[in-house]
Ligand binder design. Structure first.
Ligand code: GDP
Ligand code: MG
Length: 722
């Protein structure tokens, strides 16, 4: 089968094109040995089937980042039949820089000039023929998002892949180092180097890997370098080569791009004036987030009940809205969730009916254990679905990229960069991809700080915990606020920790922010759904596997004593889990929430959460037994309930994420440090919450101490500066 690869800058539309080409045949794997996603799929609309590989997004082919190494090795070693170089037409100069490097390989190549729709809308024109002349390969203007010209692209690509291509370096046109470049290439030919053009430029640059690979050539190259006046670049040949590339690109630009003379301010610029405003940017973000939480979790939608006294009274409407008489109209999220709860409740009743004649232990295992636990997880599916849908929409419209940008501005004052915020935002979905995305941070220090604070961004699996509490606290009236506050507290704790960590880990500076902001556009249904499905799939698979099996084990441990051959025990306190839990409970005493009636059950639930965070609610459900989860939560005071939630938000994350962090930290010692850090933060925040809000005078003392500490630090800071 023919093998084509997609290469291009991040955000140039690679994945969009890849999805359009391969549709349902796509599957995600890993590149051997590293944790960068490898997407592969098959294009079937030509006489031959074509295997398409989506390479990671890169700005250059030098081997500095993992993405670059993966892409470079693929192109050099795995003999692809063709490179589809995808180029963002709205950011041509920057994108063509990579193109000039790809041209130096001898793999056949076509340029897919993407986002042509945006260019045309702005009234600009791009001369495709001029571009072909400048770069020597076919150029096809496409819009991956709208599926325009994609089959034409593949037809041309297919033909081009049949003929070999002669490599071509724009560096040879440089008045300064063009001649040297040609000489090195000749040397490479003489030494029988494969793909001479590519390696010649790299050796000339002084690329360490290449110099090591070609020691004989390097000797001569040193002589050649000596003949060039490199004073303008401080003898940095890499910078000279980069400059030569840009020189070539900019010299061709006037003939390629024809700008619209009477260009209007486009929508993106207008929207950005408001959405990324210096002062209003962050408040707007907070309001958007609150609106999302309100639509998803509010019992009283748009405050129609409390503001306008709207009540539901008739039986018919009560059934329709799934509420009790006298309630307010719920938000769409709550409404959907009630119906799903009604549905699963009925299914469980039916199954219980069937099993009436089965032995007790079996009914117990299936109904009270398995079904109750799975119900506890699945009943949150509507909420999770909605929240993720909104997050996917924010992502697809391009707003999330702005959030990183806004945060960058605010963080910079604290000495952190907002680039780190981007992987952290991903942690709202699931921490594992978020942790992997920290690879894109260049600064070691920043990467480490991000890893440390990544669990504080509440992931989808923790959501069920907030929701069961939101349904009981404050009479279940302010669910949206409860959930919103947990998310916000997580972010605030993360920020505070980041500042502290920055002072502790003293290394390197914050890297500059180079992520480019994509234009805003309406989300496309298919893309949003794909993003959504990616997130949901993970949740469902987990619910069906680890969680279901852990529930069975917990059910067993909580229904049998250590002498399990004597049959089921009546009192959960004498069960195996009960006895272990009552000892463990003391560990959690200082945080308050483990002191109540269900202390050990809550302690055990937090522990099982280390397996997977969905497990917390599932375990609570099993351990609450006949009395039900709501009763268990209602037995806690509000400060204790918040303390419990915050402990679970901040403590050591689930196994999958710990594994991911371990992979990034690359040392057991470092990993234990991180685990200790999470536990400490969780303990302190949870404990403070409980004590400060349970005894007002503790709160006052703490507040005074905090203010005093800030004043002292500020005075010191001023003194140091003076
Ligand atoms: P990747 O990082 O290269 O994989 O880029 P993506 O495929 O994720 O695309 C980045 C952004 O550009 C997404 O928001 C896409 O919806 C958008 N995009 C991709 N192709 C087009 C296009 O042809 N026209 C427009 N207007 N937007 C596009
Ligand atoms: Mg992509």
């Amino acid at each position: 089968m023919l093998k084509f690869c997609l290469a291009g800058n991040p955000n140039s539309g690679k994945t969009t094109l890849f999805n359009a080409l391969t549709g349902s045949t796509a599957h995600v794997g890993n590149w051997p040995g590293v944790t960068v996603d490898k997407r592969e799929g098959v294009y079937k609309k030509l006489e031959e089937k074509i295997n398409i590989v989506d390479l990671p997004g890169i700005y250059s082919l030098s081997p500095y980042t993992l993405e670059e190494v993966v892409s470079r090795n693929f192109i050099m070693d795995e003999n692809p039949d063709l490179i589809i170089n995808i180029v963002d037409a709205t950011k041509l100069e920057r994108n063509l820089y990579l193109t000039t490097q790809l041209l130096e390989t001898n793999v056949p190549m076509v340029i897919a000039l993407n986002m042509i729709d945006t260019v045309e809308k702005a009234g600009d024109k791009i001369d495709v023929r001029a571009m072909e002349k400048a770069f020597g390969v076919p150029v096809i203007a496409i819009s991956a998002l709208r599926g325009k010209n994609i089959n034409e692209l593949m037809k041309v690509a297919y033909q081009v892949s049949k003929t070999p291509r002669k490599s071509f370096s724009v560096v040879e046109y440089s008045p300064l180092i063009g001649k040297a470049c040609k000489e090195v290439e000749k040397l490479c030919w003489e030494h029988d180097v494969d793909c001479a053009c590519f390696h010649a430029v790299k050796v000339l640059e002084g690329d360490l890997l290449e110099v090591k690979d070609h020691p004989h050539i390097e000797e001569h190259v040193q002589e050649i370098r000596a003949t060039i006046d490199s004073s303008a670049f401080d003898g940095d040949f890499e910078a000279m080569v980069a400059d030569a590339r840009y020189q070539y690109i900019t010299s061709k630009m006037p003939s390629i791009v024809i700008k619209n003379a009477k260009r209007k301010v486009n929508v993106t610029q207008k929207a950005d004036k408001v959405l990324t405003h210096k002062v209003w940017g962050i408040p707007i973000f907070l309001v958007i987030m609150f609106a999302i939480f309100h639509v998803t979790f509010a019992e009283d939608f748009l405050y129609l009940g409390s503001l306008f006294g709207v009540q539901i009274n008739s039986d018919l409407w009560c059934t329709f809205w799934q509420v009790e008489a006298g309630s307010a109209i719920p938000s769409p999220g709550v409404w959907l969730q009630s119906w799903c709860g009604w549905l699963t409740g009925n299914v469980i009743d039916i199954v219980a009916g069937w099993m009436a004649s089965c032995p007790d232990w079996l009914t117990g295992l299936v109904c009270d254990g398995l079904l109750a636990g799975i119900d506890a997880i699945l009943s949150f599916l509507p909420h999770i679905l909605m929240l993720f849908l909104f997050l996917s929409i924010l992502e697809d419209t391009g707003y999330m990229a702005r959030v990183a940008f806004i945060m960058d501005r605010a963080f910079r004052k604290l000495g952190l960069s907002g680039k780190a915020f981007y992987p952290l935002l991903m942690c709202f979905g699931c921490g594992v991809p978020g942790v992997m995305a920290t690879k894109t941070l260049e600064s070691e220090k920043e990467r480490k700080i991000s890893l440390y604070i990544s669990p504080f961004f509440s992931c989808g699996a923790k959501l069920p915990i907030w929701l069961v509490f939101a349904g009981v606290l404050f009479g279940g009236q302010h669910g949206d606020l409860v959930v919103y506050s947990i998310y916000l507290i997580g972010i605030v704790v993360a920020l505070i920790c980041a500042i502290i960590l920055k002072l502790v880990i003293n290394k390197a500076e914050t890297a500059p922010f180079i992520m480019e902001l994509p234009d805003y556009h309406l989300p496309q249904f298919k893309n949003t759904m794909l993003h959504l499905w990616d997130k949901l799939k993970h949740y469902l698979v987990k619910a069906g596997t680890i969680i279901a099996s852990a529930i069975v084990i917990i059910w067993f441990l909580s229904n049998f004593g250590f002498a399990f051959w004597n049959g089921m025990v009546d009192d959960i306190n004498v069960s195996m889990l009960g006895q272990i839990g009552q000892v463990l409970q003391y560990l959690f005493y200082p945080m308050g929430w483990a002191m109540g009636d269900f202390g050990w059950q809550l302690a055990v639930s937090s522990l099982t959460g280390l397996l997977a965070k969905e497990e917390v609610v599932a375990t609570m459900e099993v351990l609450a037994g006949g009395m039900g989860l709501e009763f268990m939560i209602a037995s806690m005071t509000t400060p204790a309930a918040f303390a419990f939630m915050l402990f679970n938000l901040l403590c050591m994350p689930c196994m999958a994420m710990v594994g991911a962090v371990a992979g990034e930290l690359k040392s057991t010692k470092e990993l234990f440090k991180a685990i200790g850090f999470w536990m400490l933060v969780a303990y302190v925040v949870s404990g403070l919450t409980y004590w400060c809000f349970t005894y007002w005078w503790v709160g006052v003392i703490f507040a005074v101490a905090l203010v005093a500490a800030i004043v002292v630090l500020y005075i010191r800071y001023k003194k140091n500066k003076a």
